[in-house]
Design a protein around this ligand. Structure first.
Ligand code: T1G
Length: 674
């Protein structure tokens, strides 16, 4: 059965692509579309053409898996020009998502008909690329420069309704009558001439719009090559003829395609999808039903965790010990929702709908009918074991019992129940209703269907889930520890907090180790004894410098929480260096990279060797979605491959670190992690 077929409806030829799962525009699809166009061209009885897709979506873009393979004709740019050159009207019938090359195919069609639920976008920038099949030329001509800049440089799709308003879609079809409506539309325009070819349109643009757009989005685009290239391409070609414009587009596309950033971002595209697969759990395993969720603890984490389920339409029962703590937690959740509504991202009805699904209680017994119960209490093993011991007597058979612990031994927590198979770690990241990462911690006895159920549920609550084995700090925090420790040591040997943080921010991290420590709280894990000063951190805590929340930490903070280097901290560090007799030396940015990032890679190699992560790309996904590692560097393990494992090993050995055997072995064999 060929992927592309045609169907004749009287004088309209319908070309149908059926290439699951997302009708990627692979070689066979392109050849099929070309054949369909030629069939229409050669048949005088055909007055118009409709292009549509079977399955869940219209073309979701070029086939990304083909990017590293030799090109096969017809290439997409040539195909879209063929569509537009047709002397019979071609109508795109859009459902699901018309993305990337799929949107470019639609733009080459003379008309576009879409169901209201459809989404249209050019997300190539999220792969470190730009629209390479005429999108940078046709979109501004059809929808105007402003919208074109938004859609191409940011990559977020727009609704069919918004596309209609912008003239990008000509008509909205019935959700269940797309084909009939598209064929009827095609018949209506069959004799209409001239055919509206987007490439022949001209577009006026205020010359200042480009620089204004760059400045407005400078923070968002920091470090990325693709957005800058996209704006340049559109600016340089906006008043040029299409034939010249597509040439500039092509050059820009190839430059980005050959760059390391796109390779990194494509790596993460597939890594994110691979992370949801568990090697020893069959895809078709029977999942447990999760219709109702319980959350223990209405603090920052408990509240954020609950919001994920409420926003997904899943009722939540939240438990607290004290009424005032419960009221405070519920009020914070409502405030968070209302703030989101104020920004126009949700409606007030949606706020009420979500809050309407919440049942606050002071009684753990009310969790008896929950399918999943997530514990988000104080990070103490005794407290958690006590909670799980109680849960074991309350929760119904088959309920999944999850802990939001960030570091602690999930096996030990599970052992405090009679049903360790039902126990799993669900490590959310703060703020839990915002951060996309979810570390799913697999205990030695966690049942496979529990794992699979939690992984599937994570998609429903829009999280990117990664399976981690039980070890201190799992994947993310375990790799954070050596980084923070080395950062502290660098202070002792001559670096300043600003110097270390500057290197990380220039590397592309949202903040450095010391800014992060000030944000999270310098006092996290502190022994609370101000008289015991064994580290710079102890000295800061003893002086109440607990970070942003105290207006002082490694930095001083003004009322807008803007950090500035602190003379008092410089004194404390100097004092400590003297007391410890630490040898001082001039510290280069490269040394900071080697000691704070190479050590993370080294720890990542240990995690892999111990099987605490299924694959190196999972580690990359954890750091991208949990810790703000720049996506254009592909994550720590991918980045290590680009630096070269041999170089990483040499850097570690130079500073006297024990190199993980797996890392050493791969370096010696010239292998890569990914
Ligand atoms: N090429 C190849 N495989 C793709 C693919 C694509 N474009 N899109 C998805 N897949 C695979 C994916 O890896 C997964 O595989 C399965 O399909 C289901 O995807 C010239 C150069 C469409 C919104 O960037 O955003 O066009 O894991 O799990 O959550 O200008 O997929 O099952 O083996 O994501 O329902 C531009 C990418 C390409 C869109 C559906 N297009 N796709 O989300 O399913 S560049 C994109 C998505 C381009 C031209 C340029 C999403 C989706 P597996 P999924 P989903």
């Amino acid at each position: 059965m060929s992927i592309v077929t045609t169907e004749r409806q009287d004088d309209v030829l319908v070309i149908i692509s059926n290439n699951p799962p997302v009708n990627a525009l692979g070689a066979a699809v392109r050849q099929g579309l070309q054949a369909g166009l030629e069939e229409a061209k050669g048949d005088d009885g055909i007055k118009a053409v409709v292009i549509r897709c079977e399955g869940r979506t219209f073309f979701a873009g070029a086939d990304i898996t083909e990017f590293t393979k030799p090109p096969v004709e017809p290439l997409l740019p040539a195909l879209v020009d063929m569509i537009e050159a047709s002397d019979k009207p071609v109508v795109a019938a859009i459902h699901g998502t018309a993305l990337g090359g799929g949107c470019e195919v639609a733009l080459a069609c003379h008309y576009r008909v879409a169901v209201p639920s459809a989404k249209i976008g050019l997300p190539e920038v999220k792969l470190g690329l730009l629209p390479g099949a005429g999108g940078t030329q046709r979109l501004p001509r059809v929808a105007g420069v402003e919208l074109a800049l938004e859609m191409t440089a940011k990559g977020d799709p727009i609704s069919a309704g918004k596309a209609k308003e912008a003239g990008l879609v000509d008509a909205l079809a019935g959700e269940d009558s797309l084909v009939a409506d598209a064929v009827a539309f095609a018949r209506d325009v069959a004799d209409k001439r001239p055919l509206p070819r987007a490439s022949e349109k001209s577009v006026a643009a205020d010359p200042g719009v480009f620089q204004a757009f760059r400045e407005k989005n400078a923070k968002r685009f920091r470090g990325f090559d693709a957005p800058a290239e996209i704006i340049d391409v559109i600016e340089e070609t906006i008043s040029k003829p299409y034939s010249e414009g597509v040439q500039r587009e092509r050059n820009g596309f190839m430059k980005l395609m050959m760059g390391t950033q796109s390779a990194a971002q494509r790596h993460i595209f597939f890594a994110e999808r691979k992370a949801s697969k568990i090697d020893d759990v069959p895809d078709d395993i029977q999942l447990r039903d999760v219709k109702k969720v319980g959350v223990i603890g209405a603090g920052t984490m408990g509240g954020g965790i609950s919001m994920n389920f409420l926003s997904a339409g899943i009722p939540v029962t939240i438990v607290e010990m004290q009424q005032d703590a419960l009221d405070r937690g519920v009020a914070t959740m409502r405030k968070n929702y209302e703030n989101t509504a104020k920004k126009g991202r949700i409606t007030q009805d949606q706020v009420e709908q979500a809050m309407g699904l919440l049942t606050p209680t002071l009684s753990m017994e009310d969790l008896g009918d929950c399918d999943l119960i997530i514990e988000a209490v104080y990070e103490s093993m005794d407290v958690k074991k006590d909670v799980f011991g109680k849960l074991d007597t309350i929760a119904k058979p088959g309920a999944i019992l999850a802990s939001n612990t960030s570091y602690l031994d999930v096996n030990e927590i599970a052992a405090s129940t009679s049903r360790p198979g039902d126990v799993v770690g669900m490590h959310f990241f703060s703020p839990a209703n915002v951060m996309k990462l979810l570390e799913v911690v697999r205990g030695d006895k966690t049942d496979k269907d529990v794992l699979a159920t939690v992984m599937a549920l994570s998609k429903k609550i829009r999280k990117v889930a990664v399976v981690a084995g039980v070890c201190y700090g799992f994947i993310g925090n375990r790799m954070l520890i050596p980084r923070q420790l080395e950062a502290q040591k660098l202070l002792m040997e001559g670096a300043t907090p600003s110097q270390v943080d500057k290197v990380h921010v220039e590397f592309g991290m949202p903040m450095g180790p010391f800014q992060m420590s000030d944000l999270a709280g310098v006092d996290i894990g502190w022994h609370r004894d101000p008289s015991r000063i064994e580290s710079i951190r102890d000295a800061l805590c003893a002086e109440d410098r607990w970070g942003q929340k105290k207006g002082a930490g490694f930095y001083d903070y003004d009322e807008k929480r803007q950090p500035s280097p602190s003379p008092r901290v410089a004194e404390i560090i100097e004092d400590f260096r003297k007391k410890s007799g630490a040898e001082q030396h001039e510290i280069t940015d490269q040394e900071i990279i080697e000691r704070t990032l190479y050590t993370m890679v080294n720890e990542g190699a240990k995690i892999l060797a111990e099987g605490k992560a299924q694959r190196a790309s999972d580690i990359d996904v954890v750091w991208i979605y949990g810790y703000g590692w720049p996506v254009y560097r592909g994550g720590p393990m991918f980045w290590a491959d680009t630096v070269g494992l041999k170089t990483i090993v040499e850097g570690l050995e130079k500073h006297g670190f024990d190199v993980a055997p797996l890392l050493k072995e791969k370096a010696e064999k010239g292998e890569r992690f990914n």
